[in-house]
Structures are given as C-alpha cells and as structure tokens.
Design a protein around this ligand. Structure first.
Ligand code: SF4
Ligand code: SF4
Ligand code: SF4
Length: 159
C-alpha cells in the first residue's frame, strides 16, 4: 500500500530537466498543484504535441509538431492549471535554439527550418566559402516549434 507521503512524492516535480508544459501554464508548482492529469488537454490538441510526461503530467513534445496557439488546451482545462487571464498574456517565453549538428555548419546546404517558420524568425546569413547558416531572431520567434521536427539532424530545440 502506498502511504500519503509516497503519493505526494509521485505528484512531485520530475527531477530531470524541467518539462515544457502546454502554453499558458501556471508557474510549475501551481500547475502541479492544480493539474488532475485528466488528459483533456492532450485530447484537445489538434497537432498532437501535448503528451503525458513524467508522473502523467502533460508535456509538450515538439518532435510531434507545432503549437498553433489555438488555445484549445486552455479551454479544455477545467481546474485552470492552464489559464489565460487576459488577451495580452503570453503563452510562454520559449525561443528556438540551434545546435552544433546544423548541416551548414558542416558544409552542407540546408534551409529546411526557414521554410517552416511562418514568423520569419530564421534568416540565412551568407558566409564566405561556406553554406549560409541559420540565425534565429529571438524577438520574432514565438517558440511555436514548427522548425523542430522538419530538421533532418535534430539540430533545433525550443527552450
Ligand atoms: S494551443 Fe493548441 S496547438 Fe498549442 S498545445 Fe494547446 S491545443 Fe495544442
Ligand atoms: S533544418 Fe536543421 S540542419 Fe537544416 S539549416 Fe535548419 S537547423 Fe540546420
Ligand atoms: S520556434 Fe517557430 S517561430 Fe521560432 S524559429 Fe522555430 S518555427 Fe520560427
């Protein structure tokens, strides 16, 4: 039998890297306290990027697709672990990050991520003697994750 303290342990925050919660999530401790793991946000997400993560709490997986900021997950969250108090409330502060695996850094031409970025946050700077390298404009990037899955070498992450 699991005693109350152990149940509290299982509801605790995962010890690994902090999970990325769905957009408009409350701060992590509040989110964990409110989320009942009902999976309604998972069912509501049309792009399928909300998955059950550690402890069954919803987590974003950008390898499955992008966030369109449709807010269906927020609307589905009865205990308001996800909440959007005003029109101006930003979904999150995420920005795409470029890793060393990026093909142009190894002399291979590639512009796939730029073709998937509706926000036009990825620009390719010409380089003398090399393939143009992507540069991410953090002011424009919405953290939607649309660039992550198409990258053939998993060079992009969003954090
Ligand atoms: S805002 Fe829409 S696309 Fe983004 S995680 Fe929520 S349901 Fe999915
Ligand atoms: S899709 Fe990937 S490999 Fe290609 S330019 Fe973008 S980050 Fe680099
Ligand atoms: S996360 Fe979205 S907005 Fe940011 S660079 Fe990638 S595709 Fe563009």
């Amino acid at each position: 039998m699991v005693d109350a303290s152990r149940r509290g342990f299982f509801r605790g925050r995962p010890k690994a890297l902090p999970a990325q919660r769905p957009p408009w999530a409350r701060p992590e401790a509040e989110f964990i306290a409110r989320c009942t793991r009902c999976n309604e946000c998972i069912a509501a997400c049309p792009t399928g990027i909300v998955v059950a993560g550690d402890g069954g709490f919803p987590t974003i997986d950008f390898k499955r697709g992008e966030c369109t900021f449709c807010r269906r997950c927020v609307d589905a969250c009865a205990p308001q672990a996800l909440t959007r108090p005003s029109e101006d409330t930003q979904p999150w502060a995420l920005v795409a990050q470029l890793g060393d695996a990026c093909l142009p850094r190894h002399g291979v031409e590639c512009r796939i991520c730029g073709e998937h970025c509706d926000a036009r946050a990825i620009r390719f700077q010409p380089r003398l003697g090399g393939s143009p390298e992507p540069q991410i404009d953090s002011e424009r990037c919405t953290g939607c994750g649309a660039c992550v899955a198409p990258c053939p070498v998993n060079a992009l992450s969003v954090s």
